[in-house]
Design a protein around this ligand. Sequence first.
Ligand SMILES: [Fe+2]
Length: 364
Amino acid sequence: MQAEQTSHAAAWLSPELAGDKSWIYSLDVGASIDMAAAVRSAAQSGKQLLDYRKEDFNFASAAPVIEQAFQQAKHGRGLAILRNLPRGSLSEREFELMTWGIGLHQGVARPQGKASQYISPVRDVGVDYRSAKGRGYSSNAELDYHTDRADVIVLSCYNKAESGGKSMVVSTAAAFKRFAERHPGLLEYMYRPIHFSRQGEMRSGEGPTFVHPVVTEVEGQRFVRWNRNRVMTAQEIPGVPRIEADFWHALDTFDAILHEPDIEFSMYLQPGDMQILNGNATLHARTNYMDGDDPLQKRLMFRLWLSTPDSGPVPESWAGVYGAVEAGAVRGGILGDHYDGNCRAFDQRQAQLFGMTYDAKLYG
Ligand SMILES: [Fe+2]
C-alpha cells in the first residue's frame, strides 16, 4: 500500500478523532495475561536484546489485537493506542522487553542515537533540549512538533509524570491542507530546502545537518517533515544559510496551525498504554512535565523506531534522513557510534524475515 499519509482516514481533525474510538485498542484480561506470560518466559532466557527472535514472544490471544493496532497506525488514522498492556505484573526491564518483543513481530527496529541503542528509555535525565546536542527524549522540556526518523514510532508507557507530559499528535495532511487554503502566499516557502541539525549525532562522512523542504510532493502525493528545534540549532552551525525573516514567518505560521484546537489532538498516556504513530503521516509534540520525588515513579516510556515491510516510498529529498527511500526498505534511525556486526546481523536477519530490502552500502 502506497502513501498512506495522504489517505482520507489519516487526514483527520481532532474533534473527528475524539469522536471515533476505532483507533483505540484494549487487550482483555486474558490477552494481557497471555502477554505477561510470554514476556516472562522470554526474560528467563536472559538473552541480549539483539539476540531475541520473534518466536521468543508468543503473545497468543493478544497477537491479533496488536496487529490491528499497527495496521490502523500504518494504513488508517496514522495513530493507534493499545491499552491494558500488562504493566502491573511486569518489572521495568520486562516491560521494556515486551516493547521489544512487539517490535520483533512488526519489522526491523532501528538504532536511535549516538549509543546506537535500539530502544530508548524516554525519561528526564536533565538534558537541555534546546542545546546543540540536546535530544527531547532525555529531557522534561516541552517539545516542538516534530517527526522522528522512522516510519513507525512506538512509545510504551511505564510511568506517567506527576504533572504534565501531555502527548499531542497532528495529522500532517490536515494541517498542511489548512495552511495551503489560508496562506497561499506563503506556500512557496514550504517547498524550499532547510537545514536540520543532526544534533551532533553524525557518522563519519555525514555533515552536521540534513537538508529537505518541509513539504515534498511526489506524483501528486504530499510528504511533510518538520522539526523546529533542529532548524533552530542548525542556524548556529557555521556555513548553514540563514533563514530570513519572511521564511521564518511562513514557518511560524505553519507551527501556529499545528497548535490550533481542531488540528491538535491531545492525550495523556497512562501506564500500560502504547502509542503507535505513522511517522510519515503525523507530527507529535509533548508538554513539559514534572516528576515527583520517588525515583521509581518517574515518568518513563520506552521508544522503538521501526521499518516495516508494507511501507510506501518516501521522497528522494528524505534520503539524508532515511538513507533508503524505496518502499519496504530498512531505513531511518540514527546509526550512532556503535553500529557494529551484531547490529548488522540483527538488521539483516529481520529484513530477510520480512522480505525487506537492506542496502548494505548504507550500513558499512
Ligand atoms: Fe519524537
